[in-house]
Design a protein around this ligand. Structure first.
Ligand code: GDP
Length: 294
């Protein structure tokens, strides 16, 4: 992931390290290259503009320092800014003070919701919790089957009903969690191929019915700026708490990851890098920044 962006940033730093000191001219040149690299990686235009402005201001502020080389200085400034644009701090899921905690998973069809639901359950289990899943993606029998298959692998129960009623499934699953001492309920919801009113209305109704402690919006990072636009739409309707970026193991250019936090003002909480149940990683902005710099 981010291969192209990484190599472009590295080549900018390399050409700077051949120079003995920071000047207005090499700052301008480096900043131009960084902006181009970000836009080529499909970063939102405003985010790229703001990013390069901050990098430039910081470089200009520090150009009196002679002890560091221009290459080192820029690497540090860009690393700090990447960390900021990715959210700064790691952000945790919010749990209820009195269990069960309810986590609602929303997103488009194919974004990776069901896979993530399984991964999250496994992750939480490894942290000593006792989760149960609700199959509220009621329209596609294959989706319920997929969730059950994943749940079997990770040995977590799934609550589902015969009736195709997502709100009732969620409500009853919450009762089930309460009566069976499950401290976390994770609700997998239905997505569509595109944002549509019926889907949004259903997710909103589920939200109203079960009052989640945490709503996670799942999005395929391979879809670039579409991911950011979809996030904006979902956020308007369900005011989610965090983003899960999936398929970062694929050939993603990085635009979604670098734009979403600033456009939607919600933190990325997890990244998913594979179809297997054990590849869920909490999101650490500083580690991702390090990775991008290579
Ligand atoms: P849903 O429709 O939102 O529930 O999406 P699914 O969980 O069914 O995922 C859609 C497809 O993407 C499936 O083939 C998954 O195996 C795959 N998938 C999900 N997450 C990841 C990931 O992080 N990396 C990769 N490579 N594939 C993923």
């Amino acid at each position: 992931m981010f291969d192209d962006l990484s190599s472009k940033l590295q080549s900018t730093f390399k050409s700077l390290s051949g120079q003995s000191k920071i000047t207005d001219l090499n700052i301008a040149e480096a900043v131009r290259e960084i902006r181009r690299a970000l836009l080529d990686a499909d970063v939102n235009y405003e985010v790229a503009r703001e990013f390069t402005k901050k990098v430039k201001d910081q470089a200009l502020e520090q150009d009196v320092l002679t002890s560091v080389s221009p290459g080192q200085l820029f690497t540090k400034i860009v690393y700090d800014e990447l960390t900021q644009v990715l959210g700064g701090q790691k952000e945790e899921i919010r749990f209820a003070s009195t269990p069960p905690s309810v986590i609602l998973i929303a997103g488009l069809q194919g974004s990776g919701k069901t896979t993530f639901t399984g991964k999250l359950a496994k992750y939480l289990k490894s942290k000593g919790r006792n989760p149960v899943l609700a199959a509220a993606d009621v329209y596609r029998p294959a989706a319920i089957e997929q969730l059950k298959t994943l749940a079997e692998q990770i040995k977590v129960p799934v609550y589902s009903i015969e009736e195709k009623n997502a709100v009732r499934t969620a409500k009853e699953a919450l009762q089930f969690a309460r009566s069976n001492a499950h401290d976390v309920l994770i609700i997998d919801t239905a997505g569509r191929l595109h944002v549509d009113e019926k889907m949004m209305a259903e997710v909103s109704e589920i939200k109203k019915a079960v009052q989640p402690n945490e709503i996670l919006f799942v999005v395929d990072s391979m879809t670039g700026q579409d991911a950011v636009n979809t996030a904006r739409e979902f956020d308007k309707t369900i005011d989610f708490d965090g983003v899960v970026l999936t398929k970062l193991d694929g050939d993603t250019r990085g635009g979604a990851a670098l734009s979403i936090r600033n456009v939607v003002e919600k933190p990325i909480k997890f990244i998913s890098m594979g179809e297997k149940m054990d590849s869920l990683t909490p999101f650490y902005p500083d580690r991702m920044a390090q990775r991008i710099l290579g």
